[in-house]
Design a protein around this ligand. Structure first.
Ligand code: HEC
Ligand code: HEC
Length: 373
């Protein structure tokens, strides 16, 4: 009955029929963006991955201020659960000012590289980085160990999970363990199904009522996203992201004479770090593919392709937080300055010269990739 009704409406309203119809190629492109949610991944380099006790303790650490150098900054202050694990600021401010926009932690367990420039290849490595950075929590390893031990209740519960090993460990081993406990918690942050996921299931399952329930403006935006916008070449798959680093023409100056080198600088940081999958603190050490990442000229000023899931909840945007709204991001792509692009980005990106209604359609589509938990 509903099926027939939808057909009748489609026949009576040719404009609507056009928006309702997706070609075989479009359906294939849409199929690539699911299913959702993806199964939680277990991290072999983190022995606490998936352990319920570690997850609960990691959540407690996430809100704990006493880990920071001055005892005044917690992870949750920048990664606010009520703000999609961001802070709403252009760039983060911890013990000192930072130059980058706070990344959301939704679906962070599904990444291969962490941070805007991929300075870490494990979630636990990325979780200890802020502890040492002044712009975040300013706590060097020995200080962290001492502060953890000073907090009797925290140390007691930490020991209960980590065991005797806790007593003998030096500062960097304790730091790695704290990172692993924090990571066990963050792996559980999987974003909910969205209007887009329901639409995708309806389209692939031949459910016209479900297809009809998805707004026409979002459908038009989706067609642009997988069509002339080429957005899905970078914002690909169920996460609407890739493992890669690209430049989309955002300026990377952070002050007079200072630049954020992006992937270029962060790959060097990664190589020098002990907190990595192949390093001494890993629970599955050995050669890793990530160690083979080669430094390339195009990495200079390139940043990770961010996931667009939950992005409607994480303004402002880009590595430096320079764009205040999703509409501003679309306008950036629409008016793209080709002189700012590297050859690779330029092979995919073109100024799109979108009309006002096309911009609104793309924003409407992006909004359907987010849902309150
Ligand atoms: C002062 C604000 C601030 C604090 C405090 C902070 N972070 Fe972050 N976090 C950031 C910023 C900014 C980035 C992006 C860093 C980069 O790209 O270099 C980030 C990135 C991350 C990432 C990488 C996410 C991704 O998608 O790759 C993880 C994981 C993370 N933080 C976890 C934590 C944990 C755990 C804590 C507490 C121990 C913490 N953060 C404390 C601001 C903060
Ligand atoms: C060449 C790869 C590429 C293409 C094509 C591309 N993007 Fe991006 N996108 C990126 C990268 C890289 C960033 C981060 C750039 C930065 O911070 O400097 C980004 C950032 C974004 C953001 C901000 C997300 C956040 O959390 O800050 C949105 C929204 C976005 N892109 C949407 C789109 C849309 C819509 C299209 C199509 C019109 C598109 N992108 C095409 C690579 C791409």
């Amino acid at each position: 009955m509903i099926r027939r009704l939808a057909l009748a409406i489609a026949l009576l309203m040719p404009g609507a029929a056009l928006a309702e119809t997706f070609s075989a190629a479009e359906r294939e492109a849409i199929r690539e963006h699911g299913p959702w949610p993806q199964a939680a991944l277990s991290d072999p380099t983190n022995r606490f991955s998936g352990d319920p006790g570690a997850i609960a303790f990691g959540e407690r650490l996430f809100f704990e201020r006493s880990l920071s150098a001055e005892g005044d900054v917690a992870c949750a202050q920048c990664h606010r659960p009520d703000m999609a694990f961001t802070d709403g600021r252009k760039t983060a401010r911890g013990t000192a000012d930072g130059a980058r926009n706070t990344l959301s932690l939704w679906n962070v367990g599904q990444m291969r590289w962490f941070g805007w420039g991929g300075a870490s290849d494990t979630l636990w490595g990325a979780s200890v980085r802020p502890l040492a950075l002044m712009a975040e929590m300013g706590a060097p390893p020995e200080g962290l160990r001492a502060r953890l031990r000073q907090n009797a209740a925290l140390w007691h519960d930490y020991r209960a999970i980590v065991g005797q090993a806790a007593e003998d460990a030096d500062g960097s081993a304790v730091t790695a363990t704290v990172g692993k406990l924090l990571a066990a918690y963050q792996e559980t942050l999987i974003s909910p199904r969205t209007a887009f996921d329901r639409f995708r299931a309806a389209l692939l399952g031949d459910d016209p009522a479900g297809v009809a329930a998805y707004p026409a403006t979002a459908k038009r935006g989706l067609k642009l996203f997988i069509g002339k916008g080429n957005c899905n070449l970078c914002h690909a798959g169920p996460l609407f992201a890739t493992d890669g680093f690209e430049s989309v023409g955002m300026p990377h100056f952070i002050g007079p004479g200072a630049v954020d080198k992006g992937r270029y600088g962060d790959l060097l940081t990664f190589r020098a770090s002990a907190m990595k999958a192949s390093g001494p603190h890993s629970d599955a050490p050995g050669p890793m593919l990530t160690d083979q990442a080669r430094l390339q000229h195009k990495d200079f000023g390139a940043f990770r392709v961010p996931s667009l899931r939950q992005a409607a909840l994480t303004a402002p945007y880009m590595h430096n937080g320079a764009l205040p709204t999703l509409e501003a991001v679309i306008r950036h792509y629409s008016d793209l300055d080709m002189e700012r692009l590297h050859a690779d980005g330029a092979a995919i990106l073109r100024p799109l010269h979108l009309s006002k209604s096309e911009i609104a359609d793309l924003v409407a589509f992006l909004e359907t990739l987010s849902a309150a938990p």
